[in-house]
Design a protein around this ligand. Structure first.
Ligand code: SF4
Ligand code: F3S
Length: 106
């Protein structure tokens, strides 16, 4: 499966959603996650993300490993998002911020 990591928080550009052939993105207040039971490893979303937030499970950086379980957990409770939509108005101000996991809203 593929995994959305910390960089997505407060950016949520949603470019990834448009290319997913199986609609496996789920939407939270300020991040998306991928449902690991639905992702077919097509890889298409990776290149779409302007902040490079998406990794194959095996390639998730060491300091982001907790996002593997977080995607699985939150995908169970959040609703699908199947169409791209405008990100938050201040998304660009957050795109270079690396440490923002404490801001993840559930
Ligand atoms: Fe969807 Fe493919 Fe990305 Fe999995 S790898 S989330 S199937 S676009
Ligand atoms: Fe997040 Fe990147 Fe998608 S910022 S919403 S993973 S395009």
């Amino acid at each position: 499966t593929y995994v959305v990591t910390e960089s997505c928080i407060k950016c949520k550009y949603t470019d990834c959603v448009d290319v997913c052939p199986v609609d496996c993105f789920r939407e939270g207040p300020n991040i998306l996650v991928i449902d690991p039971d639905e992702c077919i490893d097509c890889t298409l979303c990776v290149a779409e993300c302007p902040v490079e937030a998406i990794f194959a499970e095996d390639d998730v950086p060491a300091d982001q490993k907790d996002f593997i379980a977080l995607n699985a957990e939150l995908a169970k409770v959040w609703k699908p998002i199947v169409e791209r939509k405008p990100g938050p108005p201040d998304a660009d101000a957050w795109k270079d911020v690396k440490e923002k996991r404490q801001l993840l809203e559930k």
